[in-house]
Each structure stands twice: as C-alpha cells, then as structure tokens.
Design a protein around this ligand. Structure first.
Ligand code: NAP
Length: 506
C-alpha cells in the first residue's frame, strides 16, 4: 500500500507540508495518491542514521549482504501485481515492459548476491616481506578494498525499477557495504515507495542495521541538493540528464570534502552506415532502425539519435525508407507531460536550425504521445552547429549526409563522449574499417557491429558509461558486476599482525 511517506531507515515519516501527486500520462490525470516531500530535518535525520548504520553494515560479511540482496529480490517479487499496476499508472509504459524491467531488477540483485558468495570478486594483492633485501628490507604489504560510506542514489524517469530505488546503483552499493539513501524520482514516487518498503522489510528480516536504506520523496531538486551537500554522504550515483548530473557533480566538487559523483547521463549514440551496407541491406537496416529509434517511445539513453553516411542515392533511399517506416509505427505515450514538453521543445530546436530538413510529416497524436520524427542534414552544417549535437530524449533521429569519408571522420572526432557507437557494414569490408573503429572507440563506452545500441545486457563484459558527458567518469561502468568498483577504495596494510588483517588478507 502506498502511504506517501518517506522511509528514514525502517521508520515511515511525513513531517513536511509539500505534497505532490504523480501523473498518469496516458489519461493525463493525477494519480490518486500523494507523496510528502522530505523536510530538511528528515534529510538530516536520514544521513545521520545512515552514517551510524555504516559502522555495523561495513562489518557484515559478504554472505550476510548476499542474503540481504536476495531477500530484497524476494520481497520485490512479493509485491506482485500491485507493483506492476502502479508502475504502469505512473509511467504510461506497457505491462510487458514493467514485467521485463522487474525481471532485470531481480536479476541484478541476485547477480550481486551470487558474486558476493564467490571468493574471487575482491581484487586483493599480497606482497610478502623480504627482510634481507639490500639495501633496505621490504615490508609485508597487503591490499584490499573497503566501502566508501553512505551513497545517495538518483534514479532516472525512464527506468522506474532497474535504474531507480532498487536498481543497479542501490544493489551494487549495498553489495559493497555502503548504506544507501535514495532520492526518489518525483515521476514515479509510488513505485519507488513500494520498492522501498520491500528493501526495508528485507533489511529487518536479515538483521541489517536500521538506516542501511532510506527513501526520501522530493517534488523538486532541493532534497537532492541538500543530500549531496551533506558531509555524511560519501558518494553519489546518478542516472539522468546531462544538466542534472553536471549540476550535482559541481555541487559535490565544491564541498569542503569533495566526493565522487558517478553520473550516467544522456547520449546521442552515433551510428555509421557504410556505402556497401546501404547497397546490400539498406531497406533491412531502415526497418531495424525505425524499430530501435521508437523502442520505449525513444526514451532510452542508448537511443540512436544520429546516423552518419556518405552522400549517395542509396543513402537517400535509406533515409526516406527510415522516415516512412517510422511513421507507420503506432505512436506511443511518453513518461510524463514534462518529458513530452521537453521532447517537443528540443526537437523543434533541432528542426528549426538552418539546413535541417524534416522528413516525416507531423502526426496527429494524443496528448503526451510522441510523434516520431526523422530529419536530415549535410555533414558541413552538422559540423558547424553544436545545437545539432544535443540529445533529443524521445523517438527522434537525424541522418547526417557526409560529403565523403574524411568529413565523416572529422564529425566523429568532434563528437562529445557517447555511451555507444555503432558500425553497420558488410563482412567483405571489415579490413577497411580499422581507422573508423580507432576513431570511434575514442568517443564511446561500447562499440557495436551490425546491430542496434538499444538494449543493455546485464553481464560482466558490459560497459555502460563513456567519456564525458556520457558519464562523469569513463573508467567505471554503471551496469554489470564491475559497477561495484565505484563504491569502494583501496587500502594497504603494511607489516600488519595477522589477527588485525581483514579475513581476505590473512
Ligand atoms: P533528470 O531530469 O536529470 O532527473 C534525474 C534525477 O535527478 C531526478 O530525481 C531529478 O530530480 C534529479 N535532478 C535533475 N536535475 C537536478 C539538479 N539540478 N539538482 C538536483 N537534482 C536534480 O533525468 P530524467 O528526465 O529523469 O531522465 C531522462 C534522462 O536520463 C535522459 O537524458 C536519458 O538519456 C538519461 N538516462 C541515462 C541513462 C544512462 O545509463 N546513461 C539511463 C537512463 C536515462 P527532479 O525531477 O526533482 O528534478
């Protein structure tokens, strides 16, 4: 049941006067429950409780934390159809997507649990002493990793489960022994509260310290800002827009004690299609990409927003087939009126730039539904106008018609950092692609051959991140088991008595 209250550790609390509702975007109506924004006092209470909980939580064994994560997964499953129903009411996303995303969330939690139960996840190092080394003896030095402390998690609107309350950031931070405070996303506060209730129940059942998890409601940005400024908070996980991620990153760096902000942000995910691929399978790729651009109403950070090819009749044919395929797909609801508003605004900003040609006729769509759109522009115009390089979050893509390969390479070299880059080519030209791969891999975190960037597999080889502004630190991934590395730091023990060493170093 949704109470609309905050979780400060295991306690429900609603001291504040700011109440807000989430929106059902399909009906364009407020949902019939209200959440109460956390007050400054409640935020301070949550961070103080969390930092006290850290003293005990960091001493839990990997096995105990694995049991906790498994219990969270079980409790989320137990929420059953209520969770799916609220998710759909708050996001406008279909039931199948809700169930798929819940499956992914459970899988993530259970994967971290499985990792904790194996001995080899800690990258420890031991250098034995060499007492008779000349000219000076060598000490016994052993290295392991310890948790950073309280992590604040900001989820994004487009993944109410997998990148939110019990999403990858929360699961990976808890796995490492860091308490988590979630700054609940205002667009899915009900979904967030239900998931928070499951985490709190799991914490109680597995005897985790009170304060290991809190969930704070927010209508605006103030709650998040206060959390990032709080000296008891030691790291931040953020998934969302470049604007939001950068603002929080700057706040964290201006603190007397700066802290790391692992921000996963927006991207336009360039796709390069070769002349041979256009000649051989242009129609097929036009169909595949119409589907990829509209998947989830285009509301994915991996949405292909930019397609690059060299001018030719085949590129023209591909571009117009892409445009006609995309308008044949039923238009779909966006997550929220403000996401739809931002889509319309950002899209028209691109379409109104000089030299941009819209290839789709505007569709007559219902309120909060997106009219999928494709545009084209010449390479020179694209190169000269940074406004064309910005993410338009929604079912929108620009085809850039380059004069030749060297102009295409110049465009790739000038792109901001991206989550993904894709190459569409024929097998027969693989040996001609070395330069392209070399240039593209400098700009992206994941590089795809003959596929689509949408769909992020949760597995150990996955890197989800990329050079700034795709993420704030390209050395880390937000998806997969390696994402735990964001929440720990190395520590070396020199000449330590065995009794005082952590178990893994004894
Ligand atoms: P968003 O507007 O940036 O919001 C994300 C969260 O950050 C919200 O809780 C929001 O709170 C908070 N926030 C935003 N600006 C803030 C500020 N200046 N100070 C404090 N808090 C702030 O993003 P969104 O619209 O929810 O999600 C869509 C974006 O996420 C797209 O750009 C998409 O590409 C990106 N995304 C990236 C990934 C990835 O893995 N790289 C995955 C999914 C989505 P308020 O709503 O209260 O402002």
């Amino acid at each position: 049941m949704i109470t609309g209250k905050n979780y400060i550790g295991n306690k429900l609390s609603a001291q504040g006067s700011i109440k807000y509702s989430t929106i059902n975007p399909v009906l364009n109506l407020e949902n019939n429950w209200k959440s109460t924004e956390a007050t400054a006092e409640e935020i301070a209470e949550a961070t103080a409780l969390s930092s006290r909980a850290f003293k005990d939580f960091r001493k839990t064994t990997p096995d105990q934390r694995a049991t906790f994560l498994e219990a969270i997964a079980d409790e989320i499953e137990r929420l059953g159809s209520e969770l799916i129903e609220i998710y759909c009411l708050e996001s406008g996303l279909p039931q199948g997507r809700a169930e798929g995303e819940r499956g992914r969330t459970l899988f993530q939690l259970r994967s971290f649990a499985e990792m904790l139960r194996k001995d080899d996840w800690q990258e420890t190092a031991i250098d034995f002493a060499i007492p008779d080394r000349q000219p000076i003896p060598k000490s016994d030095i052993r290295k392991t990793y310890i948790p950073l402390g309280t992590v604040v998690v900001f989820g994004s609107s487009n993944f109410p489960l997998a990148y939110s309350t019990a999403g990858g950031d929360t699961a990976s931070a808890l796995a490492m022994g860091c308490p988590v405070i979630v700054k609940s996303h205002p667009m899915h506060a009900g979904t967030g509260e239900l998931v928070a209730s499951a985490i709190v129940k799991a914490a109680e059942m597995t005897n985790m310290p009170n304060g290991v998890f809190s969930n704070l409601n927010s209508k605006g940005i103030e709650v998040g800002v206060q959390l990032v400024k709080d000296s008891k908070v030691k790291a931040v996980g953020f998934t969302g827009s470049i604007k939001g991620g950068r603002a929080l990153y700057d706040i964290a760096n201006q603190r007397p004690e700066p802290i790391p902000v692992f921000a996963e942000m927006g991207s336009i995910n360039p796709v390069i299609i070769t002349q041979k691929a256009l000649e051989e399978k242009g129609s097929q790729w036009a169909k595949t990409y119409a589907d990829s651009i509209t998947l989830g109403t285009g509301q994915f950070c991996t949405n292909p927003g930019l397609i690059l090819g060299v001018q030719s009749p085949e590129l023209d044919a591909f571009t117009s087939e892409l445009a006609s395929n995309i308008v044949d797909i039923d238009s779909m609801c966006m997550l929220h009126p403000s996401i739809k508003g931002a889509y319309d605004l950002n899209k028209s900003n691109v379409l109104n730039q000089a030299g941009v040609e819209t290839l789709t006729t505007p569709l007559n769509v219902e309120v909060n539904y997106a009219d999928q759109t494709v545009a084209k522009v010449d390479g020179k115009v694209f190169l000269a106008n940074p406004a064309l390089h910005q993410e338009v979050f929604g079912p929108f893509s620009v085809v850039v018609q380059c004069e030749n390969k060297s102009e295409m390479m110049e465009i790739i070299e000038g792109l901001e950092g991206q989550l993904t880059g894709t190459i569409i080519a024929e097998e027969s030209e693989i040996n001609d692609l070395t330069d392209l791969v070399d240039e593209l891999q400098q700009r992206v975190g994941r590089i795809i051959f003959n596929g689509v960037p949408t769909g992020v597999e949760v597995c150990n080889s996955m890197n989800h991140g990329g050079p700034y502004p795709a993420s704030s630190d390209s050395r880390f991934t937000a998806v997969g088991l390696d994402s735990v590395k964001r929440w720990i730091r190395p520590i070396s023990y020199q000449n330590f008595p065995s009794e005082l060493l952590p178990k893994e170093l004894k």
